[in-house]
Design a protein around this ligand. Structure first.
Ligand code: GTP
Length: 596
């Protein structure tokens, strides 16, 4: 295929604005899938994705389309729909020359629309604005077109108006892509330069990579080398995804397709990597970043006997998702387990659900934490991924914590409550603007550790479900951090230590002490619970005479899952642990450290 007849584009949209439905319609229009056959939503493949209606892993599809007497090869490159994956989104967008900016004509612009637009804009893509769901009675295309003009600067007449559900206007979409998105501009005669932008593990074929051929072409049997690892592989299979894999012998400049080599694990297929022919080095494509987890959580088997099953399940899942980091961890209360690192909260939720659903693993997940940094007096920068790594403060020049720029979009009557929520979360206002007369867009600089637990839920709560929140990639800024220890009758309980901002320590310590006091059962002697920074006591509680039952603090998630977890926790609560001379049940621990 000559590059001039190739178009590579993606669809960026807020969750539920109809990306998958539109993709299905385009696949039908081009005859890539049959109409009305029961293959709804080809793009969303994982079970959790279907259940939660979100796209986690990119799936891309090639289609053929006749326009004005010529047949075009059109590659729809899917991007993960969530900001946790903004690095992946930016790499997928790098394989495109244009994108559809899809907005629900009833809901208007949402936080994620803004965040994804910024990524597309930064990648210099041609943007085709499309209003979806114009069949809805309360669709207000004129209002949303105005919003798009004021926020994105798109001309009102450029916006297509469609309904992916009823097929209205679908015929305009691909001609608009062909007219407005430029063909890929690579050089067919240059040495091959290939972007690897996604990968997954196939039980039969091993690692499958999605690639975009930027320059030159690739042939089966050739040997390729990764710029970033230096490792070389033979090309065993090449092809396009349409929507099943169709093998070909070559892929040419501007094309997007899949590549199978002898890679053993997706950790070798690094997203954003550049591939070239063996011994024909090329300059790396810009923007590569090794994965750095931003949210950590401990994952433990409900029963120690299940440890091996959990280990196997985690191994299988990480085979497919190399961005999850895994370290062994043991805890006094919870026994042997793992400390896992994720891109963000959604990534963590999805992983946990897959563990439960696909491997039937009974797991305890501790409340999430974020990485901090310490700039030492000798100039070294230390990364602190767990309280155990918190350095002696006398050697520390300053601590740093990750912050993000959060975008919030919501009806204006909630402005006061939203500002309040952001301030309580140690946020700093960056911008406040109106999308139109009734909707506000707020930008806040927010510490990541303040939003990892329940900020999403709080935004939904404050706005009665009408607000949306999204954030960009974290950066590190100086911060006043302390390590809070919890001691029972003077013995520190490691598993309960946390790192947090100085201003939050008092309140947090008090709440942990109280929760522990409520769950620790009466012992032969009084139990003094203390929250301490260094050796300074900042909160205390004493165990009451009678044991009360406490419903563990619940965070997010769906109710049946929480209930299942609570039931399971009951089974485990008989098990006691000794912290010094104090007996502590697993339930007590869970009430303080569990995420569920
Ligand atoms: P993510 O995968 O979470 O990003 O969602 P999505 O953007 O892919 O949304 P999806 O295509 O799953 O559509 C969300 C909901 O909107 C579904 O219930 C669709 O049936 C519905 N929907 C999509 N397009 C239209 C439309 O044009 N009109 C109406 N009325 N409903 C639509």
């Amino acid at each position: 295929y000559p590059p001039r007849l190739v178009r590579n584009f993606s669809i960026v949209a807020h969750i539920d604005h109809g990306k998958s439905t539109l993709a299905d319609r385009l696949l039908e229009v081009t005859g890539t899938i049959e109409r009305n056959k029961d293959n709804k939503q080809v793009l969303d493949k994982l079970q959790v994705e279907r259940e939660r209606g979100i796209t986690v892993k990119a799936q891309s599809v090639s289609m053929f389309y006749k326009n004005k007497g010529e047949t075009y090869l059109i590659n729809l490159i899917d991007t993960p729909g969530h900001v946790d994956f903004s690095y992946e989104v930016s790499r997928s967008l790098y394989a495109c020359q244009g994108c559809i900016l899809l907005v629900d004509a009833a809901q208007g612009i949402q936080a994620q629309t803004v965040a994804n637009f910024m990524l597309a804009f930064d990648s210099n893509l041609s943007i085709v604005p499309v209003l979806n769901k114009i069949d809805l009675l309360h669709a207000d295309a004129a209002r949303v077109t105005k919003q798009m003009q004021s926020v994105f600067g798109t001309e009102p007449e450029e916006a297509l108006r469609i309904s992916a559900k009823t097929n209205l206007g679908i015929d305009q979409v691909l001609p608009a892509i062909i007219d407005r998105v430029p063909p890929p501009s690579g050089n067919p005669d240059a040495p091959p330069k290939v972007l690897l932008f996604d990968s997954w593990y196939d039980d039969f074929r091993g690692v499958v990579c999605l690639i975009a051929v930027v320059d030159g072409s690739l042939k089966v049997g050739e040997k390729i080398t990764s710029v970033h690892s230096g490792l070389s592989y033979e090309i065993l299979e090449l092809g396009v995804v349409s929507p099943e894999r169709v093998s070909t012998t070559e892929l040419h400049t501007g094309q997007v397709g899949y590549l199978i080599t002898g890679m053993r694990s997706t950790s070798e297929a690094r997203i954003g990597d550049t591939l070239h022919l063996f011994q024909k080095p090329v300059e790396a494509l810009p923007g590569f970043k090794p994965v750095k987890p931003m949210v950590f959580a401990g994952v433990f088997p409900m029963e120690q006997a299940e440890f091996d099953d959990l280990r196997k399940a985690i191994e299988k899942l990480t085979l497919n998702d190399a961005s999850v980091t895994v370290h062994r961890e043991s805890s006094v209360a919870l026994g042997s387990g793992f400390r896992l690192g994720f891109h963000g909260m959604l990534h963590m939720d999805v992983f946990q659900q897959r563990l439960e659903q696909e491997y039937d693993a009974n797991v305890i997940v501790t409340s999430p934490s974020v990485p901090f940094r310490a700039e030492m007096r000798d100039g070294e920068i230390k990364t602190i991924e767990s309280p155990a790594e918190f350095p002696d403060t006398s050697f520390v020049k300053q601590f740093q914590e990750p912050v993000v720029i959060g975008t919030l979009v919501f009806p204006e009557e909630h402005l006061g409550a939203m500002i309040d929520l952001c301030q309580r979360s140690r946020g700093e206002q960056v911008d406040l603007s109106y999308l139109d007369e009734t909707r506000v867009m707020l930008k806040y600089r927010l510490p990541l550790c303040e939003i990892v637990t329940d900020f999403f839920d709080a935004v939904k709560g404050v706005t009665s479900g009408f607000g949306s929140f999204d954030y960009d990639e974290p950066t590190f800024v100086p911060s006043k951090l302390v390590k809070l220890d919890i001691a029972l009758n003077d013995v520190n309980c490691d598993a309960l230590s946390v790192i947090l901002h100085d201003s939050k320590a008092q309140e947090h310590a008090k709440s942990i002490c109280e929760r522990l006091a409520e769950t620790i059962s009466r012992q032969m002697f009084e139990v003094a619970i203390q929250g301490r920074i260094h050796s300074k006591v900042i909160a205390r509680a004493t165990v009451k005479a009678l044991r009360k039952n406490v419903t563990a603090k619940c965070y997010g998630g769906d109710v049946s899952r929480k209930k299942k977890l609570l039931d399971k926790q009951k089974e485990g609560k008989k098990k006691m642990k000794m912290i010094g001379s104090v007996e502590l049940s697993k339930e007590s621990f869970l009430s303080v450290i569990s995420k569920a």
